[in-house]
Design a protein around this ligand. Structure first.
Ligand SMILES: NC(=O)c1ccc[n+]([C@@H]2O[C@H](COP(=O)([O-])OP(=O)(O)OC[C@H]3O[C@@H](n4cnc5c(N)ncnc54)[C@H](OP(=O)(O)O)[C@@H]3O)[C@@H](O)[C@H]2O)c1
Length: 329
């Protein structure tokens, strides 16, 4: 029985600890697709799982990793054959199903997307759930009619995984992204990704004590929730829209309904986890083609399973920038 390396999160009383262990394929859950994982990536949710957040993972010991890309080694599904290169993001991967922080995963084949032409396995995981979510957010804005020549698009949490890729994807799609960040020393990084302007968090929320702010944004991709999301909605122009995809600051918003009923602003929900397969495939095709950010490697900080402990602490403190690519080879 093939042995492989995985990060294992263990629970002792109310404490959680992480170590790299050797596992067997037989330790993996049931599933009709077995994949040798080449790359994964670190998302905020992985850090929550790795530190015992009950809203993400209920059963321990557990291997997190909501993202995985690799080759099929065994398939009981007619849709996949050994050797096929696949991407898996979302569904239950890394939540209560052993995830991409292990060199093998076994999953239902309905979770896998064939790697589209135009993307390598490595590139697919620089994007990962963050890139997929950013693209889904931009798609939602497009579907309600937000167009590149309508004006600037605010991106909050801009140096983070979803935020940085939203900046890159918007720029690639011809939009004018304005990056809002708490890291003033990362302005050059954000401009290099395609931001037309960089703003501090305080500048975005200034004046948000009024129910409506000066109309500024054609749209927004919000990764942080709380007061930033409220301010984004209050400053969105007539007929614009805000895609809400994250809540690192807060899951709560306090505001009036005025932006919705006086300016016709739309609040768009974004969920990457249960996104239906047809839409999933379409989004990955765009990420492999017209929306593939320029200089994708510039978004990535590469690490191994052994390096994850340090990165998990940093992402929870909002101190990482761009994407953390995990090499499992
Ligand atoms: N809806 C979905 O399907 C979906 C999918 C993926 C992720 N998400 C969610 O999206 C969010 C971002 O995920 P991620 O993986 O991109 O995380 P990340 O890499 O940690 O990025 C989050 C960024 O938000 C900013 N930030 C951190 N704490 C903040 C605070 N207290 N107030 C304001 N801004 C703060 C920081 O950027 P700056 O320093 O540049 O401001 C940070 O880098 C998370 O809530 C995650 O759960 C949702």
């Amino acid at each position: 029985m093939e042995k492989f390396k995985a990060l294992l999160v263990e629970k002792q009383g109310e404490e959680f600890s992480r170590r790299i262990v050797e596992r067997s394929i037989s330790d993996l859950p049931e599933g009709d697709l077995t994949v040798r994982v080449r790359y994964s990536s670190l998302n905020y949710k992985d850090a929550l799982s790795a530190t015992g957040h009950k809203g993400v993972t209920r059963k321990f010991p557990h291997t997190p990793g909501i993202d995985a890309a690799g080759e099929v080694v065994e398939s009981a599904s007619s849709a996949f054959s050994p050797g096929d290169e696949v991407i898996i993001t979302g569904f239950d991967l890394g939540m209560n199903t052993a995830g991409g922080f292990g060199q093998y995963i076994r999953i239902p084949s309905g979770w896998a997307v064939k790697l589209p032409d135009g993307l390598s396995l490595r590139e697919s995981m620089i994007l990962g759930t963050a890139g997929f979510t950013a693209a889904l957010s931009v798609r939602k804005l497009e579907l309600v009619g937000v167009r590149p020549d309508d004006g600037e698009i605010l991106v909050t949490g801009a140096t983070g995984g979803v935020g940085s890729l939203a900046v890159g994807i918007l720029a690639r799609g011809g939009f004018r992204p304005v990056a809002a960040t708490g890291k003033s020393d990362e302005a050059d990084f954000l401009r290099s990704l395609g931001a037309v302007d960089v703003s501090g968090r305080d500048a975005v929320t200034e004046g948000a004590d009024r129910p409506l702010m000066k109309e500024r944004w054609a749209g927004a991709v919000d990764c942080v929730g709380g007061p930033m999301l409220a301010a984004a909605l209050q400053a969105t122009r007539y007929g614009g829209a805000v895609a809400c995809c994250g809540m690192v600051a807060s899951p709560e918003i306090r505001m009036t309904v005025f932006p919705f009923i006086l300016r016709g602003v739309s609040l768009l929900g974004v969920d990457s986890v249960q996104c239906p397969m047809g839409e999933r495939v379409e989004i990955w095709k765009r990420l492999a083609g017209p929306w593939k950010p320029e200089k994708l490697e510039d978004f990535a900080d590469e690490c191994t399973l052994e390096d994850l402990e340090d990165r998990i602490g940093k992402i929870l403190e909002g101190r990482l920038k761009g994407r953390t690519l995990v090499d499992l080879k």
